[in-house]
Design a protein around this ligand. Structure first.
Ligand code: ZN
Ligand code: ZN
Length: 128
């Protein structure tokens, strides 16, 4: 994969994809940052982020129980996480676990699930 030179940003040394929030005019480096923004209550949307993760058909690959202290886990290394954004943050930065974001892997499927759920006319998902 190659990225345009403009992507060589010191604020983004991992070259993570950029995402615009679906609901407000903010832009985030990496899907985990967008999810954290939504989970953290800084945006209009909050609770659906967590419950939606369990509505994706792939949830058995990253989800325990919605009511658990740590509802989410990494399929590769079994690390446990209290928020879905923490799981994405983990895999974005772990060379051992980042393959879970690859095409047709579980966290790619969940990302697509969120995007399809929230994407509506007038909002943009930025592809690289
Ligand atoms: Zn927002
Ligand atoms: Zn892991």
């Amino acid at each position: 994969m190659s990225y345009p030179a403009a992507q060589q940003d010191p604020a983004n040394p991992l070259d993570l994809p950029l995402y615009e929030c679906w609901f407000c005019p903010t832009r985030w480096i990496g899907f985990s940052s967008l999810l954290f923004h939504l989970e953290d209550g800084c945006c209009v949307k909050k609770d659906r982020i967590r419950t939606l993760a369990f509505e994706c058909p792939e949830y058995g690959f990253y989800g325990n129980q919605l009511t658990d202290d740590n509802p989410f886990f990494c399929f590769h290394c079994q690390s446990q996480f209290p928020q879905i954004s923490y799981l994405y943050y983990h895999v974005e930065r772990s060379s051992f676990c980042s393959h879970l974001l690859d095409k047709s892997e579980c966290l790619d499927a969940l990302r697509d699930f969120y995007i399809e759920y929230y994407e509506c006319p007038g909002t943009d998902y930025i592809h690289f």
